[in-house]
Every structure is written in C-alpha cells, then in structure tokens.
Design a protein around this ligand. Structure first.
Ligand code: GTP
Length: 368
C-alpha cells in the first residue's frame, strides 16, 4: 500500500474485494420476495451501489460478487462493472454455501495477497485503507472490522487483548463481557481462503474464525467508531436510506445532493405536501395534497393519497395508499392497496398485491 503525503494510507491498488450477496433476506420480507436485499432501492439506487462506490474510492478495482438467491439480477444491473469504474465478476452458488463457503467458492478468481470481504448488507463509513493497514502491521491471517454497540446482548461479541488480537468468538449472552461485535467486513490473507473446506456450507463466525483461533492463527480486531448499520431489518433499512439521503453517511452513489428528500425522475409531490426526514420518492411515484411523508421510501410508481401520513415506512413499487391513511413503521409490498382511513402501525407488513379495504381498519401485526 502507498502512503499519502500526510502519512495516511494510500490507495489499495494491490488488494481485491469479495462481496457476499447471496442471502435470502428473510427479515426484509416481503421486499426481498422480488429483489435480493443488496439490490433493494436505497437512497435512489440499489443498496449495493453505495458499497461498491466505497470500495472503488479505496482504490480497489477487482471485485467478485458471491451470489446465490436471485443471482441473475446483479449482473443485469452492474454488468462487467466498467460503468462503475470496477472490474466485476460473479460466481453463482448452486445451493447457498453460507458466508465462508461463499468466500471459498470464489477463491479461483482471486490473485491478490490481501482480500477484503464484505457482507453485502452493511452501511459503514469505515476507512478501508486503515483496516488494511492494521492487517498488514499485525501480520494477521484475518483482520475483522469490529464496532462497539450500546446493547451487545443481541449479538455474538468479539473480545480483543491489549494489542488488538482477537481472543474469542462468544455466542449471544444476557451478560456479554465486552460491547464489541463483528461488523461484517474482513481482510483475509488469500491462503486462508484456500484452506476453507470447498463445496459445503461453512459459516465464518461459527466455524472458520473459531477454528483459526483454536489453531493459534493471528486474528486482529480493528475497532472503528464511524457510521455503521446492518440494514437487515425494515427499521434499519429505512434509517440507512434516510441517512444516505441526508448526507449523514456521504455516498458517491447518491443520485443528487444531500437534503431532506430525494425525488427521482417524474416523481410528483403536491405543492402543499411535506416530504422530509431523508425520504425518497421513486420514479413516477405520487404524493397527493396535504400528505406528509417522513423518513420513508416510496418505490417507483407508489402513490399516497390526500392527507395521509407516512412515517418510517417502505412502500413497494406501485403500492397505492388511499386518503387519510396513517402508516408508521410499516412495510407495504409491491402493488398492495391500502384503503382510505386505514391505520397500519409499528411492524405491520402487507404482502404484495394484498388489498385492505377502506374503513379505518387498524393493524399492527403482520398481514400476509
Ligand atoms: P436474513 O435472512 O434476513 O438473516 O438475511 P441474509 O440472508 O442476508 O443473512 P445475513 O444477514 O446473515 O447475511 C450476511 C451477508 O452474507 C449478507 O450480505 C448475505 O447476502 C450474505 N450471505 C448469507 N448467506 C449466504 C450464502 O449462503 N451465500 C452467499 N453468497 N452469501 C450469503
């Protein structure tokens, strides 16, 4: 790696990247019924565009996508990567191989000594060059991006010693000894990838990393406190998109200037409607008079009727929301219809094409 004039790490021209994009995204259903999670619209472009833009900014050019669920849509959108300044290749798993299995499955396309591996559903402001610098300084087999979280009970945690060396991978517990968790981004020395068993399901967290530790390998932690979000749940997904729209996490892939809202081509918003909180109004989508949209995403062609209030929601492509509707923390599937005066609150999910009649019906549980 080169060094910049101020001593900062230079571009990563001699590293490669693997992005894992083969998961089914169950927690984001029904949105992931029609598109894999990394392809869901996020601040106006597929989520993966933001990650690829960051990889490109680091200086890396060669990126391999490990695909499984709905594999074809990635190549349809990103092609050979040249339009994005990248050299992109794809590997399709016949059946899902889990995270480490997916990394092993792309090994034949890798040439670099240091390989950055990304979960394809993480938004982060991590400086990739400093991650690689930590890896090289420690002469580690694998370096893991770690983040500190307020409530580590919902995650497995990853303690490190005074030199930053990983000492254990601990399962979820009610009383975790540290607040550091695996942030889903790693640097692997390439020979480590080649030693992962081929052709079967292997998990990095449950098998590969604990096995390396047990064998005495050096696993280094790189704790970083910049922006980090796992966008695997609907609430995190809408928040991540809003943060990108508002510029809380700058992204070169944002199709416009940061602000309170992002309106895509042919979006129509009535003059007295309010759209804020980092909302995105998709191509051809409509917001009628008196409506208020906050911190939400309207996919292409979605329509919101007069005086409706939509907060922290995702409205799928072509969804139709009537007049006087209140939606909060809801996910409305593609083409679903919500009648006038309905109220759908926290966690409500409406499956694609479902029609809920007018009449002030109130739902706060899943409805398929
Ligand atoms: P949930 O079903 O909602 O948990 O989401 P998910 O399927 O994406 O699983 P998870 O969030 O644990 O996956 C972490 C990352 O690994 C995501 O970027 C997934 O796309 C990816 N991933 C998970 N399993 C596989 C797999 O079997 N093959 C490949 N290629 N990628 C995977």
């Amino acid at each position: 790696m080169n060094t910049g004039p101020d001593g900062s790490p230079g571009p990563l021209r001699d590293a490669e990247a693997v992005v894992l994009v083969g998961g089914q995204g169950m927690r984001l259903r029904p949105l992931t019924l029609s598109a894999p999670k990394p392809m869901l619209p996020t601040a106006g472009v597929p989520f993966l565009s933001h990650l690829l833009a960051r990889i490109r900014e680091s200086g890396i050019r060669h990126v391999v996508l490990g695909t499984s669920y709905k594999s074809e849509v990635f190549a349809e959108h990103f092609g050979d990567g040249s339009a994005f300044g990248l050299d992109l290749e794809y590997v399709v798993e016949d059946r899902p191989l889990d995270t480490a299995g997916a990394i092993r499955n792309v090994a034949h396309l890798l040439r670099a000594e240091d390989v950055l591996v990304f979960n394809g559903d993480i938004l982060s402001g991590l400086d990739l060059r400093s991650l690689v610098e930590t890896h090289r300084r420690a002469a580690a087999e694998v370096t893991l991006h770690l983040v500190k979280v307020d409530d580590p009970r919902q995650f497995g945690c990853v303690p490190t010693d005074a030199e930053g060396r990983v000492t254990a991978f601990l399962e979820k517990t009610e009383d975790p000894p540290v607040d550091q968790i695996n942030a889903g981004c790693y640097v692997f020395r390439r020979p480590v990838i080649e030693r992962i068993p081929a052709g079967r399901r292997v998990s990095v967290e449950r098998e590969t990393f604990p096995g390396l530790l047990a064998g005495g390998a050096r696993l280094q932690g790189h704790v970083d406190s910049s922006y980090w979000l796992d966008m695997g749940t609907p609430a995190a997904y809408v928040r991540g998109s809003a943060d990108l729209v508002r510029g809380s996490l700058p992204s070169a892939a944002l199709p416009g200037a940061p602000g309170e809202s992002l309106l895509l081509a042919e979006a129509r918003v009535a003059p007295d409607a309010v759209v804020d909180g980092g909302s995105t109004i998709g191509a051809g989508a409509e917001v009628a008079t008196g409506a208020r949209i906050s911190g939400s995403m309207l996919f292409d062609g979605a329509r919101v009727g007069a005086d409706s209030v939509v907060r922290d929601c995702v409205l799928g492509a072509g969804a139709r929301i009537g007049a006087g509707v209140v939606l909060r923390g809801a996910v409305i599937g593609d083409g679903a219809v919500i009648g006038d005066e309905c109220e759908l609150l926290d966690g409500a999910r409406v499956w694609p094409g479902v029609e809920i009649p007018a009449g002030g019906v109130r739902f706060s549980a899943d409805r398929r």
